[in-house]
Ligand binder design. Structure first.
Ligand code: MN
Length: 493
């Protein structure tokens, strides 16, 4: 997983020459002070750098071109200290292909009522200049985030920090490689999709490798490598089985997978229980431990979920609580307290565990392979989101569902998989009807750390459809939104 601290954002300040060199010198001084203060605030997950004071068409165009070509630059933040006539921004903003945040703030919090004169007004006129700047982006139909407020306020800085995470998600997406072992589960529709369009739209390079090639690498893992991995398992987990050979086999598979993914520069992978020829077990513990290290994963060939998990894990770096592959499994329809039990056959990431996970070995029931070792644990309680991506033929749709995770109502001692329970917002009946109406998959990415806004911004940056099911959702208003969206996206084709 890429380190989120390695990404930087360029703070570009707009002005013009109308006010004379003294005014411009003050503008630059103020801008540098802002960048210095912002850059040292630990609230930001990434670096902030001064991108320059731009006052001409060529300066604007050059800085946007530089931002496009700098691999560390994950986005551009603009702010108009004074009025900056926006026709000089047309070329630059049209060329910019990275996430773009327009800050509407000003250097001074308050108006100095006793001393304010026309010189002060001309120097501190973001209210004026940012409206000219905003018009141009509207005119260009340029996707952007606008955040207004005072730049020293923690709440405003938090919104900038959140936006940075979404922008990092774009940078990760554009260079993401996904390895697939085997195809999608036979006859399943929702995990399918247009991989060429996904690469054009998101930058995902999704390709397949024969499972036989993987088997060769598993068989080449040495006893010493297995011992290292077993040591890691002992440190991190409780070994609650005496079937050590089954755990050792997962250690072998994880070692081989980790080597393959790292050497190939892959951020995510898929496998399928229907294509395990030559393997003794379905990767369970192996995949769970790899997810906990930041790799994306999708079961049953689900490359869209695998990619999304890698992107969301990078976006959530440094935040508490985890992000995992998830599946809606079973309902508890107790009247008035309806809940979903979420789990998967094996592959839930232990980053969401409430307690130290236990390693068990249990039969799988499908796939016809040996009983795989896996981690069992309960998820934490707290607000979370489910995120899914579907391919509607003419477009991708992202659906985010706000949920409230809770401790499982009962221990479920015979259920041999990691699990978490939740109440979908606004309630299970409305929430499930909304999710199903929108075409949401049974697979999703579950996250405590990220909120719907992170994904909304990401979807806007990627220019894909975004549906948010939340506490104020009604099925009828959602239905109307889906109808309107159908027309809108048809027009955009
Ligand atoms: Mn599944």
């Amino acid at each position: 997983m890429k380190n989120i601290h390695d990404f930087e954002f360029w703070f570009v300040v707009g002005s013009q020459h109308l006010y004379g060199p003294n005014a411009l010198a003050t503008v630059k001084e103020n801008a540098l002070q802002m960048v210095q203060e912002l850059a040292t605030d630990p609230a930001f997950p990434c670096q902030i750098k001064f991108g320059g004071l731009v006052t001409t068409l060529d300066e604007v165009t050059n800085v946007m071109n530089d931002a496009n070509h700098d691999p560390h630059c994950a986005g551009v933040i603009t702010w108009m200290h004074t009025f900056s006539p926006s026709k000089m921004w047309i070329q630059g903003l049209s060329l910019l292909n990275k996430p773009y945040l327009h800050l509407n703030t000003q250097f001074n919090r308050r108006i100095p009522y006793d001393t304010i004169d026309m010189d002060f007004m001309n120097l501190h006129q973001s209210a004026h200049g940012d409206r000219e700047h905003g018009f141009l982006s509207a005119r260009l139909r340029k996707p952007r985030k606008i955040i207004a407020g005072y730049w020293r306020d923690a709440a405003m800085r938090q919104r900038i920090a959140d936006w940075m995470r979404s922008a990092v998600g774009v940078a990760v997406s554009r260079s993401l490689k996904v390895a697939r072992f085997g195809d999608n589960m036979r006859e399943v529709a929702v995990t399918e999709g247009d991989k060429v369009e996904a690469q054009r739209k998101f930058g995902w390079s999704v390709n397949t490798w024969g499972v036989g090639e993987f088997v060769e690498q598993v068989n080449a893992v040495t006893d010493q490598q297995i011992a290292v991995k077993m040591g890691e398992y002992k440190d991190k987990y409780i070994i609650a089985t005496d079937q050590v050979d089954a755990i050792r086999y997962q250690a072998k598979m994880e070692t081989a997978l980790e080597t393959f993914l790292t050497q190939g520069g892959f951020g995510a992978y898929t496998d399928t229980f229907e294509d395990l020829y030559g393997l003794e077990q379905l990767p369970g513990l192996a995949t769970q431990n790899l997810m906990s290290k930041g790799f994306g994963f999708g079961a049953e060939g689900d490359w869209k979920s695998a990619a999304l998990l890698q992107i969301m894990k990078t976006m959530a770096q440094g935040l508490e609580a985890g992000v995992t592959f998830m599946e809606d499994y079973t309902y508890d329809l107790e009247q008035g307290n309806e809940l979903v039990l979420g789990a998967h056959m094996l592959e839930i990431c232990p980053s969401i565990a409430a307690d130290k996970p236990r390693i068990h070995v249990d039969a799988l029931g499908i796939g016809g392979k040996a009983a795989p070792a896996r981690l069992i644990f309960d998820g934490k309680a707290g607000p979370a989101i489910l995120v899914t991506m579907i391919d509607l033929g003419n477009r991708f749709r992202m659906i985010v569902h706000d949920i409230e995770a809770c401790q499982p109502l009962s221990p479920m001692p015979n259920l041999p998989v990691a699990r978490v329970m939740w109440k979908p917002m606004p309630d299970l009946i409305t929430g499930s009807e909304g999710w199903i109406l929108s075409g949401g998959a049974h697979h999703s990415i579950f996250s405590y750390a990220l909120a719907a806004e992170h994904l909304r911004d990401w979807a806007e940056m990627m220019q894909i459809e975004f549906i948010h099911i939340n506490a104020s959702t009604s099925v009828n208003s959602l239905k109307q939104q889906l109808i309107t969206n159908e027309v809108y996206w048809k027009l955009r084709e």
